[in-house]
Design a protein around this ligand. Sequence first.
Ligand SMILES: Nc1ncnc2c1ncn2[C@@H]1O[C@H](COP(=O)(O)OP(=O)(O)OP(=O)(O)O)[C@@H](O)[C@H]1O
Length: 210
Amino acid sequence: MLHFSQFEKSYSGHQVLKIANIKLPTGVFWIKGSNGSGKSTLLKAIAGILSFQGDIAIGTTYLKNHGVAYRKLVNFAAAEPLFPEFLTGAEMIGLFAKAKGAGVDQSQALLTEMGMQAYVNNHLSSYSSGMLKKLSLVLAFLGKPRLILLDEPLNALDADSLEVLYRWINEKHAQEQISFLLSSHQSLETIKLPGLKQINIGDKKLSLNF
Ligand SMILES: Nc1ncnc2c1ncn2[C@@H]1O[C@H](COP(=O)(O)OP(=O)(O)OP(=O)(O)O)[C@@H](O)[C@H]1O
């Protein structure tokens, strides 16, 4: 599903990650690693929002050669999402839905299930960190991606929203074979994510524990 080919990422000449050649199968993966090990860097590179050396492919679609097609296959939710404060939640969802080819029905279902109806038309300047997190998760599920990247998805989420998130991941994976990479410091509830596979980041490398 995801292929790293001679992948290397450095900041100002300081190498953070080096992945020579790894192919990940379809699945739900938990990326574990200590602070500063490179989890966010890895997810941002896969999302196509960070430069790097080498290449990454989803299936046979390579990021460097087919950037537009590749980015349609991958959705990303940042650990601490930042959005333009003058827009409303509904406007953000509308923008992303258009870019990702999502219908009104899908947008409406996602924001309803995430319990955002009461404030979706308010400006983002008024959103709490949990409300912003919920919006970022709704955006990450829009369209028909093959891969969804969620950086610290549990941060700031209340218990009810967490249940919704676990259900969405399980349903999307089972029904549409969408793969997930989740980075989390907190323990993911493996009982609620059956089949969760672990990937460790350390020493600039990935080790697959499955
Ligand atoms: N923009 C940047 N400029 C320079 N160095 C950076 C930058 N972003 C990250 N780094 C460095 O890259 C390394 C990996 O950082 P990254 O944020 O990917 O780690 P992380 O595993 O997500 O950390 P955490 O668990 O603390 O969120 C760290 O050493 C960090 O200092």
